[in-house]
Design a binder for this molecule. Structure first.
Ligand code: ATP
Length: 140
């Protein structure tokens, strides 16, 4: 079933989610405050727009509340990540996924209503370790 996604932040993490969702036939609105990043995704995403996601009016005018999924892929600016996650949940977005920088950031994101919090470096480390262990067991 086709669903619509909005991705806020087009770094390596947000960008790879965008490309993969498009390859899977989904509709993606890509948002970043950096014009160069948006230009990179102009021909990839369904729509790509320059906007500061901390601006509530900008999010409303983009119709963020109508999306099935919003992915907040802002990492370094923890304040922006928290504020945007809060606004997306307040607008009634049913599925909000947010990227955390550390475990304290993750705790706050869950507390304010994020449905899923990911910490890519840590999650990938865990996955690779499990993979190495299970591979060793199979090799044995
Ligand atoms: P990654 O680790 O995914 O490569 P990064 O290290 O390039 O990310 P981050 O600080 O995590 O950088 O930000 C990811 C993206 O989010 C950047 O492209 C940045 O311009 C964008 N971004 C940050 N704050 C906002 C905001 N308030 N509104 C829109 N985009 C933002």
């Amino acid at each position: 079933m086709k669903q619509n996604f909005a991705i806020i932040g087009l770094g390596r993490f947000g960008g790879s989610i965008c490309e993969t969702l498009i390859e899977a036939g989904q509709e993606v609105l890509a948002i970043d405050k950096d014009e160069d990043r948006v230009n990179e995704y102009m021909n990839i995403a369904t729509h790509a727009v320059v906007a500061n996601a901390q601006d509530e009016m900008a999010l409303r005018s983009l119709g963020l509340r109508n999306f099935d999924h919003v992915i907040i892929a802002i990492g370094e600016d923890i304040q922006a990540s928290i504020l945007v996650t809060l606004m997306a949940k307040e607008m009634g977005v049913p599925n909000v996924t947010a990227k955390a920088q550390n475990k304290y950031h993750a705790k706050v994101l869950y507390k304010i209503g994020a449905d899923r919090v990911v910490h890519p470096e840590r999650d990938m480390g865990i996955r690779i370790a499990h993979n190495l262990v299970s591979k060793n067991i199979l090799d044995y």
